[in-house]
Design a protein around this ligand. Structure first.
Ligand code: DP6
Length: 317
């Protein structure tokens, strides 16, 4: 038996689209900040009477259960039946990156339970095949996921670019809706790839955003990171809006919060927004500005969380 506690990550430069579906290889590089406080804790025991997956206290069935079991098969094809118990201390599948921490925790707990020696990059490659964003949750702090060029995906894994204590940034999260999203990320990406005329522009223009965000993190230059993050976010959504049928996760409150961030910036508060596959808005700022940002967001939604930069996974036997 082994247990892993892993923080989710939020992409500052986005992953959206796959160059290989079977190996889950991305069409673009991406870069994230690991979140403090929010976490997934997953225990795995091999040698159970039969496979069983519990997610947030309930027996999982259908796709959520089969994705977990398939992931264990990938880690060890001739494995014994397993019992998996996974709990999130934050809303699941609501655009708050639960699949990033979920598949990273499952990977690390299973590797430990099976006593399989591995490097973080090898764990990241396995986690990537469960859910792409999970490749970045193998570390705390700031992580880049290299697009890679190899067909077998061995060069497409996370790279730790700065530790958790490198820069005390805050992410203020406005929960516009904690319900599960209507279109999952995987389905949304596949639809975008198949139907959006903007997709090719997205795939040919990400490198500049990634280089800008990486340099901004290394230099602790929030404006540089913020500009790259908003550019990457808006381009990702442009591909979604122009898919057929369109994918539009934004709600009126999401847009109102984007306007609020512009207003705050005009008032001299250095803050920048991003969104993912859901209506929630995440605002990046320095800790001294976080109370003012959180106050402003609270005019639009009740549920606001101020989180810092999260630490590395913790894995125990
Ligand atoms: C918008 O990692 O959930 O959050 O690999 O298909 O499981 P799959 O997708 P997933 O997609 C995350 C998309 C995103 C952007 C990001 O986290 O980079």
């Amino acid at each position: 038996m082994a247990t892993a506690t892993v923080h989710p990550n939020i992409a500052l430069v986005k992953y959206w689209g796959k160059r290989d579906r079977d190996l889950n290889l991305p069409s673009t590089g991406s870069l994230s900040m690991t979140l403090s406080d929010f976490a997934t804790t997953t225990s795995v025991v091999f040698g159970a009477a039969q496979d069983e997956v519990m997610i947030n206290g309930e027996l999982a069935t259908g796709l959520p259960a089969s994705r977990v079991l398939k992931h264990l098969d990938l880690i060890q094809p001739d494995r014994a039946p397993a019992r998996v118990v996974s709990t999130n201390n934050f809303p699941t599948a609501a655009g708050l990156a639960s699949s990033s921490s979920g598949f990273a925790a499952l990977t690390l707990a299973a590797l430990k339970a099976l006593n399989i020696d591995h490097t973080p990059a090898q764990a990241s490659i396995l986690a990537r095949q469960g859910s792409g964003s999970a490749s970045r949750s193998i570390w705390g702090g700031f992580v880049e996921w290299r697009r890679g060029v190899k067909k077998d995906g061995t060069d497409s894994h996370g790279l730790h670019i700065a530790p958790p204590d490198h820069w005390k940034l805050n992410m203020v999260i406005a929960v516009v809706d904690q319900g599960q999203k209507s279109v999952g990320s995987t389905e949304g990406m596949l639809r975008t790839m198949a139907t959006s005329p903007m997709y090719s522009a997205w795939v040919s223009s990400w490198q500049k955003d990634l280089d800008g965000a990486r340099q901004g993190i290394l230099d602790q230059d929030l404006e540089m990171v913020g500009r790259a993050m908003e550019a990457s976010t808006l381009k990702m959504f442009a591909t979604m809006f122009t898919s057929s049928p369109p994918i539009r996760y934004w709600r009126p409150a999401s847009v109102a919060i984007q306007d609020e961030v512009s207003k705050l910036r005009k008032a001299g508060i250095n803050c920048w927004w991003t969104m993912d596959a859901g209506p929630n808005v995440k605002v990046l700022c320095e800790p001294e500005d976080a109370p003012a940002v959180a106050d402003a967001l609270q005019h639009h939604v009740e549920d606001v969380h101020t989180l810092g930069v999260g630490g590395h996974p913790v894995v125990e036997e």
